[in-house]
Design a protein around this ligand. Structure first.
Ligand SMILES: *Cc1c(COP(=O)(O)O)cnc(C)c1O
Length: 453
């Protein structure tokens, strides 16, 4: 039986992976979740230590797709998606960081976006359909989507950015690609870009363009985030009894969801440390049982984690047997004991984040950036609060979710060093840019989309 996908709001009908992927949000406003979590045997997981990253990916993702994509095709897609390193760097004893920053935009979001783009393209080609991904960006999302979808033949990407509000590097990552990636510089602000995109989605005269947003809550962006947990275990564990502690710096909790799913599939995980910045609504929930969104969200240096109401919270509650609506109301209680057993949650402020970057560099000669530092600091708190666990023998992996060179100012202020840019981002200066300027006017935007510019 193929796995079906249900909505966290429980009202929409269950659909196949393909439908869930192409729809994004369920019609009842909920997020799609696999109806059952497929299982690996211990032997299957142990065999991963002889496989490359993309091969492990095809084992893990294959379990969720069943027969929706033939194995050989899936393997080819994933080999193409995961053509970069996933370094595991030792910090001390058996404590590691996993660098998820070697993809084209140097953030862990590349893992999800690259698979999602390829799988979407595969299904569209099968149905002889074309789609137009429309996205407004203040910088990072646009470049990640552009790079992930670059060169896919059944998908066109149109990105709108506020002319004066993105950095040169962010702009170059979008405007030097060409092919199926079109970039519009709007004479306006980020909010204006978002408003135009929203109006386009609501304009029935644009329906034939098959607009889609490829946004971060898509199930296609969740499942690929289970793979690197298996990968880390496969490279570091001495046996199937060698349970890992993972520390996951979290904002919208998609990364953590990937880990929780991996554990339910059979991965030997001792505990997840979930580390947030001052946006501590989830740590507070796990400690008190009360969930309260933070509005507006706090502004911290780990800026990609400034989320006051993580949309994936509804998925976590669903995975543990409860129901939460879009507004954060818990309609059916999850298994809180199990949640607490699986997770240790902590909030880390900016001062400690900066101090951690400094200590880890001074003591271990390992450079981490603000998001990874929140994760690493969380792991140290976990050891301090759990004296039965010995940090000298325990195997742990803390996720480093972006490259330090993406935060040159912070790193320079704290360490007095200019971090080396990764290869993927070097060499953009001087490449030919293609940018379409646009006034902040919906009719002009619509005409541009219809012209197939
Ligand atoms: C998005 C992001 C995070 C947070 O990941 P979630 O899945 O939203 O919890 C952490 N670090 C970086 C660099 C990110 O871009």
């Amino acid at each position: 039986m193929p796995i079906l996908y249900h909505s966290t709001n429980q009202k929409a009908k269950k659909v196949s992976f393909r439908e869930a992927l192409l729809q994004g949000l369920a019609p009842d406003g909920g997020l799609y979740m696999p109806d059952s979590i497929p299982q690996f045997t211990a032997d299957e997981i142990w065999a991963f230590r002889n496989m490359e990253y993309h091969e492990i990916a095809s084992q893990v993702i294959g379990k969720f797709l069943q027969d929706e994509i033939p194995t050989a095709d899936l393997k080819a897609l994933l080999k193409d998606a995961y053509n970069f390193d996933v370094p595991l760097e030792n910090v001390y004893n058996r404590n590691y960081i996993m660098r998820l920053d070697q993809g084209p935009t140097a953030s862990f979001k590349d893992f999800a976006a690259r698979m999602m783009g390829r799988v979407m393209n595969y299904f569209l080609r099968q149905q002889n359909r074309k789609m137009l991904i429309l996205t407004a960006t203040s910088g990072d999302t646009g470049s990640a989507i552009a790079n992930a979808f670059y060169g896919l033949d059944n998908i066109r990407v149109v990105i709108l950015y506020p002319e004066t509000e993105v950095t040169d590097r962010q702009r170059l990552q979008m405007t030097t690609l060409h092919k199926n990636i079109s970039v519009i510089a709007l004479n306006g602000k980020f909010d204006d870009c978002q408003a135009l995109v929203k109006m386009a989605f609501n304009d029935r005269e644009l329906d034939h363009l098959e607009l889609s947003s490829a946004n971060s809550i898509n199930i296609g962006r969740l499942l690929p985030q289970s793979v690197y947990y298996f990968y880390a275990f496969s490279r570091l564990a001495k046996s199937m009894n060698d349970e890992i502690v993972f520390s996951v710096p979290s904002g919208n909790f998609g990364d953590l969801m990937g880990g929780l799913i991996a554990k339910q599939m059979g991965l030997p995980v001792k505990r997840f440390v979930i580390a947030t910045n001052d946006n501590d609504e989830v740590p507070v929930y796990l400690h008190s049982g009360n969930y309260k969104t933070i509005v507006p969200s706090c502004s911290c240096i780990s800026s990609a984690m400034n989320v006051g109401h993580p949309s994936n919270m509804a998925r976590i509650i669903d995975l543990y047997g409860g129901t939460m609506d879009e507004n954060g109301n818990i309609l059916a209680s999850p298994n809180v004991e199990k949640l607490k057993n699986d997770m240790y949650a902590i909030s880390i402020g900016d001062a400690e984040t900066k101090a951690t970057i400094k200590t880890v560099y001074d003591k271990h000669k390992v450079m981490i950036e603000p998001h990874g530092a929140v994760g690493w600091a969380g792991l140290q708190h976990f050891y301090n609060d759990n004296s039965d666990i010995d940090s000298k023998n325990q195997l742990s992996v803390s996720l480093e979710t972006a490259h330090p060179a993406k935060f040159p100012q912070e790193i320079n202020d704290i360490l007095g060093i200019d971090p080396q840019l990764p290869k993927s981002i070097l060499g953009l200066e001087g490449k030919e840019e293609k940018i379409t300027p646009l006034e902040n006017d919906f009719l002009k935007f619509k005409a541009l989309l219809l012209s197939g510019f």
